[in-house]
Ligand binder design. Structure first.
Ligand SMILES: CC(C)(COP(=O)(O)OP(=O)(O)OC[C@H]1O[C@@H](n2cnc3c(N)ncnc32)[C@H](O)[C@@H]1OP(=O)(O)O)[C@@H](O)C(=O)NCCC(=O)NCCS
Length: 274
């Protein structure tokens, strides 16, 4: 990790550039200052980006770009993306994506309500190739576990072992949730962990990831985990609504009363080698 700004300074910039997002210094420290990430810029505009290597193939993500309203349309954002592209080219990176940098991401992509950002990335040559969806769930949602199933805050290894076995992409988030006390697990009568869920692992009050063992689905365990997350968010943060991040199973969340909340455009810029 390397940074021109501290998490507090980036949070101050985001309060001006993205006031409705409520991004805290802690959220930004997790999402933009993690392994392989770099934050460039100053109080007049900043960009956070991440580079990863997949067996010699470099891929990069823009995690966050923010310019305060009074500094926009003066080329600040373009210069920051150009700097990232220059560093990518030098490092042999062939693609830069927007958002979607699991397991540490600020958004699944660029919010479709952010006209300036959509125009900005398109003008800079990014092409849209996918979308992401966040749903909104009232934190009053409750659901009892099915008979014989117990849902509890995870303090042991059960959720990590299930994630490692069935959902390896989520092990990092589930582990960080256990460290923060925001991962929950469901056990059957024999004590086996059959489902997990976490909240606030990247952004506070956001739900995800969550999953039930593929062999133990359709028994109501997932909704019981979701209810435990909703209750814990209400208790910890006092908010009426929680955002479910980067949703795949829409029907599952819709049955719990969640609604489509915001959509994101995912882009890619191809970088020509030098
Ligand atoms: C997106 C953002 C970073 C752009 O910063 P900026 O410094 O204003 O960008 P630039 O001045 O370099 O703009 C480059 C080009 O993008 C396009 N663009 C930027 N804002 C635009 C707008 N509001 N409408 C239309 N086109 C726009 C233009 O083509 C512009 O070139 P031009 O000014 O010569 O016409 C800034 O609007 C912002 O901070 N938005 C809120 C944060 C956000 O939504 N981030 C996206 C998630 S990562």
């Amino acid at each position: 990790m390397s940074a021109d700004l501290t998490p507090d300074e980036l949070a101050a910039l985001c309060a001006s550039a993205l006031p409705s997002e409520g991004l805290t210094a802690a959220d930004l420290e997790t999402c933009c200052f993690g392994p392989g990430a770099e934050v460039l810029g100053d109080g007049d505009g900043a960009i956070a980006w991440l580079r990863r290597d997949f067996g010699g193939v470099g891929v990069a993500w823009i995690l966050l770009a923010a310019v305060p309203p009074e500094r926009r349309r003066r080329g600040v954002g373009r210069a920051l993306v150009d700097e990232v592209a220059t560093r990518c080219r030098a490092a042999g990176v062939r693609e830069i994506h927007t958002g979607n940098a699991a397991p540490r991401y600020v958004w699944p992509g660029v919010d479709l309500a952010q006209t300036a950002a959509l125009a900005f990335f398109q003008d800079l040559g990014f092409e849209a190739y996918d979308h992401g969806l966040n749903m909104a769930l009232p934190t009053t949602y409750r659901a009892a576990p099915p008979p014989g199933i117990t849902v509890e805050r995870e303090t042991g290894d059960g959720a990590i072992e299930l994630a490692r076995r069935e959902f390896p992409n989520w092990e990092d988030e589930i582990t960080r949730g256990i460290e923060r006390g925001t991962t929950f697990a469901a056990r059957d009568a024999s004590g086996e962990t059959i489902a997990f869920g976490a909240h606030s692992v990247n952004r506070h009050t956001w739900i995800g990831p969550m999953a039930t063992d593929p062999h133990r689905r359709h028994g109501g365990t997932g909704h019981a985990i979701l209810a435990a997350l909703a209750e814990d968010i209400a208790t910890s943060f006092g908010v009426p609504v929680a955002e479910i991040a980067w949703v795949a199973p829409v029907p599952f969340y819709a049955k719990a009363g969640a609604v489509a909340h915001r959509a994101f455009r995912v882009h890619r810029l191809r970088i020509d080698p030098v």
